[in-house]
Design a binder for this molecule. Structure first.
Ligand code: BGC
Length: 434
């Protein structure tokens, strides 16, 4: 078998992934073991009438953005924005295990203060794109770092408390964190603010994950990057072994931008000796390879730059076929998870779903969005249900502002404690233990 062929998913494989995903969701609904987390956001979809000016923090990975956002009748405008890369703050990499949480949240607080109004206090919606156990709409405890973050002293801690302490150390009381959400929840909220039929929000970028609205009306962060019901290759197993947290985030390590270049590098090394001497392709490199037609000169230049050796045209063609297979597999797996969600939240297949997606892979990788769309369409053939994919660029930031508006509008006495299983059992009656 050609190396690239081991990444091909057959129709049976795709149906199995869809079914396994739906089963993992149902297991979680019934309080049983599952690779999905289904974390409550304590937020419903917005009505579209929310308004006002809010601070929004988009802490999505190594790139962090702070902005002020004005909401008005379904329209969201970003008024001011500042961003930074945590990998390069002066000479320091603020994602690494050499850094303490206190210092990480210090630089983030400074970024927020740089866009905050000078005098007034302002409510902040915080998009925090890591698995976090939501304690209330404004409190979430970090379960684990993903995306190869190693910062010390943060796991198990309440995230907005660490941020608030950083403001206090700076003698600042202008900023009031009122909501904390996952980026998938933010993407869903941002899209639903304009398009009420949005039922799924997803990120296909450096990391991968999806959130969905369940029949109790609440949005849940599935942490679907941890889904493990997938056919794996030896290269996936190797990427997992080399990662900071082996055995975790299996779907994410097979589908997200942070890992696709690693998979292609490892698989290519079985044929091309220069790939074995160290060096690695990035997600952006894969986009370049897919866009390079004709004589493949840019691919040959790239390989020379990354691995110190030029490869011939037929090897460039192999690398392109391999890249195409790895990227297509990612898009197909992701589409199958969306289908699995629709099977659970709309079992009679009668609704028209808008699926909002943000992230560089979906937005920039050649053929990615089209492939997700193709597999999604194929999966709903003959059904009454429809699904439209909506590009939700900036979704995480705008969604944070929408979350802040929703949080401020909530009745003060609202009960903030129930798990996914408890809520589902209340709706459907007890099957498993709640
Ligand atoms: C995190 C998710 C996040 C996703 C996309 C994953 O690594 O676990 O919480 O939504 O990345 O940013």
């Amino acid at each position: 078998m050609a190396i690239e062929d081991c990444f091909i998913l057959t129709k049976d494989d795709r149906n199995r992934i869809r079914r396994n995903f739906a089963e993992a969701l149902i297991a979680k609904m019934e309080g049983e073991a599952s690779s999905l987390k289904c974390l409550p956001s304590f937020l419903p979809r917005p009505s579209g009438t929310e308004g006002g000016e809010y601070l929004a923090l988009d802490f999505g990975g190594s790139n962090v953005r702070a902005m002020t956002v004005r909401l008005s009748g379904g329209q969201a405008d970003i008024l001011r924005m500042k961003k930074m890369s945590l990998r390069r703050v002066g000479a320091c990499d603020y994602t690494s295990a050499d850094v303490e949480a206190k210092d990480l949240f210090g630089v983030i607080a400074d970024l927020i203060l740089a866009v905050a109004p000078e005098t007034d206090t302002i409510a902040l919606g915080h998009t925090f794109s890591f698995p976090a156990e939501q304690l209330s709409v404004k409190e979430a405890r970090l379960i684990k770092w993903t995306k190869e973050f190693g910062v010390q002293g943060a796991v198990g801690e309440e995230v907005n408390r660490m941020l608030t302490e950083a403001f206090t150390r700076r003698g600042e009381s202008r900023v009031r964190p009122v909501a904390i959400i996952n980026d998938t929840v933010g993407t869903l909220l941002a899209s639903a603010y304009r398009m009420p039929n949005t039922t799924i929000g997803s990120i296909c970028g450096t990391g991968h994950n999806t959130a969905a609205v369940f029949p109790d009306g609440m949005i849940y962060n599935l942490e679907s990057g941890n889904f493990d019901g997938l056919p794996v290759t030896e290269y996936d197993l190797e990427v997992d072994r080399m990662s900071l947290a082996p055995n975790e985030q299996r779907l994410e390590k097979m589908s997200a931008g942070h890992y696709l270049g690693k998979i292609v590098t490892l698989a290519a090394a079985d044929k091309l000796a220069c790939f074995r001497a160290g060096g690695e392709l990035t997600g952006e490199d894969l986009g370049m390879i897919l866009n390079d037609g004709g004589e493949s000169r840019r691919t040959a230049d790239l390989v020379e730059h990354r691995f110190g050796q030029r490869i011939v045209q037929s090897d460039c063609a192999f690398l392109r076929r391999l890249t195409r297979a790895v990227v297509a597999r990612s898009a197909q797996m992701v589409a199958c998870t969306y289908l699995g969600i629709i099977d659970v939240i709309d079992p009679t297949h009668t609704e028209h779903h808008a699926i909002a997606v943000d992230g560089s892979l979906f937005g920039k990788m050649p053929m990615y969005a089209k492939e997700v769309e193709r597999v999604l369409g194929e999966g709903l053939v003959g059904e009454k249900a429809k699904a439209d994919l909506i590009w939700a660029g900036d979704g995480s930031g705008i969604g944070a502002a929408v979350a802040a508006a929703l949080a401020l509008a909530r009745p003060a006495d609202q009960q903030d404690y129930h798990t996914f299983a408890e809520s589902m059992v209340a709706l459907y009656g007890s099957k498993g233990q709640a």
